[in-house]
Design a protein around this ligand. Structure first.
Ligand code: ACO
Length: 436
């Protein structure tokens, strides 16, 4: 980040003029540093939704929403999905560089070492009510980790970031698969040291004592791609939750649990499940245009799920990769999914429609992802869990960066628009039954 104190924005309030320094990011993004505004003027800024606010400096990922660019630590995601595995990306995000051979070996060993959860935690799964959403189970279980794994103070976790990170990345996968097995009433499958990260997950999900699971290398490759695409996306809602909660120096497990909760919302990670539900509804109805009209109608609560993005005002680069993978993978496994045809029809109709064109509403990463998860055999209520597994390294990277910057506790201001002071005698009058 280049600071150019020579450049200022001038803010005039009445007769008073103050100079606010401009900051410039490495990709030329310009911002006005208002950190002294309240001290110098007594004023605050207001920006609901924080769409105009850079909450921090960060080196982890770069998004250009106008050009459709996404890079992790400088490397375009198009390159990452071609060249490396999800585990390499996890290491890249947390440590800043892709791992060398020795680092990768050590990281893999740590993942294996930490893949089992405390056996007592396994019994927790028996006590969630039947039909509990796996995202609720996951956030609870991750939060509970602080009770089972000691030394959760921020310094210990930061000093042992390799272990903290490997434990989380590895255990979350085991928990996710256990939650699924519990939901279908099958015995859990333990992780295996001889399998890679994604192969291990598929095996834990689908192997059974009566029906051994054959791990297909293409399924493993595809899962790596999907996980890489979801691994990080700068200051989205869940990452902001992680930074906000983490800034209170809460332990890393509770912090990640908050991120998982934020991700579960239908306007964020929950959208991948909502998309499939919507596509099924459209497919059954058959009238695509009717749903486009509903999405345009301000009196209708219906939105086209998987469309639109706070940052991307062009095609989400992740959505493009997922769309291509849909064609390639479904052809490879010789599988026809009617919802893919519906999705294509919806996209075609929306991209011709003036409402969507004028607002730059394109498919986001969630639009086609569910089709691939379905093809992999992942049930719909696990879609957002898949997102959480993938996003974990991004959250950990932001937590690490934030505590390294010794950032202050996140505590925004507000503009109060409530009542004026209510005096004591007014309360007495209100409580007097004669007056009432
Ligand atoms: N369908 C219909 N209209 C939409 C949609 C949509 N999916 N998305 C945005 N719009 C409209 C808004 O109504 C608004 O119209 P207006 O200018 O007439 O008031 C305009 O487009 C701008 O939209 P905003 O709501 O201001 O966009 P914002 O940045 O706040 O929201 C969001 C982004 C939440 C993603 C939104 O586009 C949306 O709800 N999409 C559907 C849910 C979804 O797919 N979420 C996943 C996001 S990606 C992720 O989290 C990984």
């Amino acid at each position: 980040m280049e600071k150019k104190p020579a450049e200022f924005a001038i803010l005039k309030i009445g007769e008073k003029e103050i100079r606010l320094p401009l900051v410039i990011g490495t990709q030329g993004e310009r911002g006005i540093d208002i950190s002294s505004l309240r001290r110098d003027t007594g004023l605050v800024t207001i920006d609901p939704g924080l769409g105009n606010t850079a909450a921090c400096y960060s080196q982890i990922s770069y998004v250009d929403g106008e050009k459709g660019i996404l890079r992790y630590r400088g490397i375009p995601i198009e390159v990452l999905v071609k060249k490396v595995k999800f585990i390499d990306v996890a290491y890249l995000l947390v440590h800043g560089e892709l791992p060398g051979a020795d680092e990768r070996k050590k990281f893999s060993e740590m993942l294996n070492l930490n893949s089992m959860m405390h056996e007592d935690m396994r019994h927790f799964f028996d006590h969630f009510p039947q039909g509990s959403h796996p995202m609720h189970i996951l956030s609870t279980m991750i939060n509970a980790m602080a009770a089972f794994y000691p030394n959760v103070d921020i310094k210990s976790m930061a000093d042992n970031i390799d272990t903290s990170c490997a434990r989380l990345i590895s255990i979350i996968r085991t928990m996710a698969a256990f939650a699924y097995k519990k939901s279908i009433g099958e015995p859990v499958v333990y992780p295996r040291h001889d399998l890679s990260y994604c192969a291990n997950f598929l095996n834990m999900m689908f192997d059974s004592p009566v029906r051994p699971y054959h791990i297909h290398p293409e399924a493993v490759r595809l899962l790596n791609v999907l996980f890489i695409l979801h691994a990080e996306h700068e200051q989205n809602c869940s990452t902001t939750a992680v930074r906000a909660i983490g800034s209170a120096q809460v332990n890393l497990y509770a912090t990640i649990s908050a991120g998982i909760s934020a991700l579960s919302g239908p306007l964020h990670g929950g959208a991948n499940q909502a998309v499939i539900e919507m596509l099924r509804m459209i497919h059954e109805d058959g009238d695509v245009d009717k749903f486009i009209r509903m999405a345009r109608d301000k009196n209708s609560p219906f939105r086209l799920m998987g469309f639109g993005h706070r940052v991307y005002k062009t095609y989400d680069p992740r959505a493009e990769i997922v769309r291509n993978e849909c064609d390639a993978y479904l052809t490879l496994i010789n599988h026809k999914d009617p919802l893919l045809d519906t999705a294509r029809r919806v996209e075609e109709a929306a991209r011709k429609d003036s409402y969507f064109v004028e607002r730059n509403l394109y498919p986001n990463v969630d639009f086609y992802t569910g089709i691939l998860y379905r093809a992999l055999g992942i049930p719909e209520n696990m879609f957002t869990v898949m997102f959480a597994l993938a996003r974990l390294p991004g959250w950990v990277a932001h937590w690490k960066e934030m505590i390294g910057d010794s950032t202050k506790i996140i505590r925004p201001r507000q503009i109060y628009i409530g009542r004026n002071e209510i005096f004591e005698h007014e309360i007495e009058n209100r409580n007097n039954p004669q007056i009432i």
